[in-house]
Design a protein around this ligand. Structure first.
Ligand SMILES: [Ca+2]
Ligand SMILES: [Ca+2]
Ligand SMILES: [Ca+2]
Length: 663
């Protein structure tokens, strides 16, 4: 990006009389009428800037933190710009807190703990109102000294660079399976925002099967372009989508490998047919027997981490990752690879490598993972790379070229290698502290911009563990998801767990009821992965949804009910059923049986005005049960794993598949 117009090279200080050189002009000193008292003076010895500085000698504190306050004049700001407040200060009482309000009406504040010698303090912010005002609050019984107050617009210069459009196929997922004759709905999320260039628009998205164009769409709903493909042959196919922006620049999505066959497709997980996957994690203890009763996406919690795979240099161990991957592969579920680069769980031998050896080893790890796992829907390329999150991210930063010209050369290296070796996977930047923290989102977006400019990013991974999520209010969560969406790529909720604010069933249920729908229904969220579900046997033990004996916690009962009520879109993880389309129609006329396949609990519902005689047989024709089902009523029946035939009124017989039984 050589062509950069330096619009902001002459940043202007928005504070009048910023260094108190005109004494107290343009500043107002407040002393509350609640008993607070202080001496406000201008001193002219020892100023860090110019010849004068401000001093507040606190004598008595008031009731409120704003009882003793120095405030400047209001100044206008652009709410889309970023600003930086800096000032010099000290207090003879080291550790005294100076709290600064940056607000006229809408609350914004930052406390600073002062040292006993002059130092520079700074804080960056995005205004949440059209005018701002700086207000220093003196909160301790101490002397405070202030000088050189500055607020500057630090918004990055506008670039003439045209960022390519994003394009991410959100459904079907990699490894999806359809029975011939089923329609395949292809959704591509595409925008022309989120890069360092000016925002543009998407003119159209073209769709391809094995590089043959099958159609295009110029109309988006919530940034999603859709076509329906009716495959007329069996086999494996590679779907891609190509977005073209208003200036003619294009980008072709990562591929999506799907297969079409003659066997029936499974209907797996609570969200089958409900438009998005709801996945879970396979822990070190292996695949939970009930996993596919509930979940239709898979991540290995630890198996894919570099330390697990290559604890000893060049000795690869994929056992744990294989187990999770095979669960996904065999059931046609989306698989998330977690993770290529994490500054916490990495082999210790990498810390002593020189950059060239480090790059060779890391590339070998990435290549090996990609070669071993063909059907990976998403890759967490970097995990927890935000500044301050994992100190040892430094090994990756130093080993991969540091910040460099882009500011993120090390990260760009990783995403380029991931793109090269995983051409059929979405590349995701994963971190915690996003759903609940706008500054972290902004920070992440400075890297996302660089990746968007190079078309290297397909998703924002927001971990959403209980510590971030459970106590949030729905409005803040919605706002933060909206903010994430301005990066122009889908959001993947990657490690969700919630234990409730009181760590009990009731508050957990409240958290689920308040927050899960915000995540699920947000148009920018492409899918959700939970981080465990068995109570006591997960990273956050109290965040479980089911007790070890199979009893569901209230949030699980609610979750099933909530998802059950969502509109049926025919994807994901649904294709044909164990009954034919004609049978289903007939069934629905007077009798319903669900879920099918079942996890052992089968609901039989008589929707007719007459009582029905129900008889259940197993595959050998042996009678399993028989009973009367009253008009307009339903019963829950428990069955062991197997295939059964349910006969209604000695007339219609329906097949039900029980794929496992609740323990
Ligand atoms: Ca001064
Ligand atoms: Ca563009
Ligand atoms: Ca190696």
């Amino acid at each position: 990006m050589a062509l950069v117009m330096c619009l902001n090279s002459m940043a202007q200080n928005l504070i009048l009389n910023p260094g108190f050189e005109n004494d107290i002009a343009d500043w107002y000193m407040n002393i509350g009428t609640d008993g607070a008292s202080a001496n406000y003076t201008i001193e002219s010895i020892g100023s860090p800037e110019g010849n004068k500085h401000f001093k507040c000698e606190v004598q008595t504190l008031g009731k409120n933190e704003y009882s003793l306050q120095l405030r400047g004049k209001q100044f206008a700001v652009d709410e889309t710009h970023q600003y930086r407040l800096t000032f010099k200060a000290k207090s003879e009482t080291s550790g005294a807190v100076l709290k600064v309000y940056i607000q006229v009406k809408k609350f914004m504040a930052k406390p600073f703990t002062l040292s006993d010698s002059w130092a520079v303090y700074s804080h960056e912010f995005f205004p949440n109102e059209p005018s701002k005002q700086i207000k220093f609050n003196f909160k301790a019984l101490a002397n405070y000294y202030i000088d050189d107050v500055t607020v500057e617009d630090i918004t990055q210069p506008v670039s003439t660079f045209n960022t390519p459009p994003s394009c991410v196929i959100t459904t079907p997922h990699v490894n999806a399976y359809y029975k011939t004759g089923s329609a395949v709905t292809i959704n591509a999320y595409s925008t022309d925002i989120g890069g360092s260039g000016l925002a543009g628009s998407v003119s159209k998205v073209e769709f391809f099967i094995d590089d043959q164009k099958i159609g295009e769409s110029a109309a988006a709903s919530n940034n999603t372009y859709t076509i329906v493909w009716n495959p007329n042959k069996t086999g494996e196919f590679r779907i891609t989508a190509k977005a073209i922006d208003n200036l003619g620049k294009s980008f072709t999505s990562a591929g999506v490998l799907i297969s079409i066959g003659t066997e029936n497709a499974g209907k797996i997980g609570l969200s089958a047919g409900k438009g998005k996957y709801l996945g879970n994690v396979v822990r070190n203890t292996g695949v939970e027997p009930t996993f596919t009763d509930f979940w239709n996406g898979v991540t290995s919690g630890n198996g894919g981490k570099w330390i697990t795979v290559e604890r000893t240099r060049d000795v690869m161990n994929w056992d744990m990752a294989d187990e999770a991957y095979n669960l996904a592969k065999n059931n046609h579920l989306p698989y998330r690879y977690h993770t290529l680069a994490w500054g916490q769980q990495y082999p210790t031998w990498i810390t002593t490598l020189n950059p060239s050896d480090f790059q060779e080893e890391l590339e070998e790890f990435i290549k090996s993972a990609a070669q071993r796992y063909k059907y990976v829907d998403q890759v967490d390329v970097i995990n927890e790379g935000l500044p301050g999150h994992q100190e040892d991210t430094k090994y990756f930063i130093n080993g991969l070229g540091g910040a460099g010209v882009s500011g993120y050369d090390w990260a760009v290296w990783l995403f380029k290698k991931a793109r090269q070796y995983f051409p059929n996977s979405k590349l995701v930047l994963n971190d915690f502290g996003l759903v609940n923290n706008t500054s972290n989102i902004r920070e992440q977006q400075s890297l996302l911009k660089v990746l968007r400019d190079s078309a290297l990013i397909d998703g924002i991974g927001a971990q959403s563990h209980t510590t971030d999520l459970t106590a949030m209010n729905p409005k803040d969560l919605k706002n933060n998801l909206d903010l994430m969406s301005i990066s122009g790529v889908p959001i993947y909720i990657t490690e969700m767990d919630m234990q409730g604010v009181n760590t009990d069933e009731e508050s957990q249920l409240t958290s689920y009821q308040n927050l899960f729908p915000v995540l699920w229904e947000h148009p920018g969220v492409a899918g959700i992965t939970l981080w465990g579900y068995i109570y006591g046997d997960m990273w956050k033990p109290d965040a479980g949804l089911i007790y070890i004996n199979g009893t569901e916690r209230p949030c699980m009962v609610w979750l099933k009910n909530y998802l059950g009520k969502q509109k049926d879109l025919g994807y994901p993880l649904i294709g044909d059923h164990t009954t034919s389309a004609a049978e289903i129609q007939h069934v629905k006329g007077y009798f319903e049986m669900y879920p099918n396949p079942s996890n052992g609990e089968l609901f039989l519902q008589n929707t007719s005005a007459n009582n029905l005689r129900i008889t259940i047989y197993d595959v050998y024709g042996r009678l399993v049960d028989h009973f009367n089902l009253q008009s307009n009523s339903n019963v829950k029946h428990n069955l062991l794993k197997g295939v059964y035939f349910v006969n209604v009124d000695n007339h219609d017989t329906f097949k039900v598949l029980v794929i496992s039984t609740i323990r």
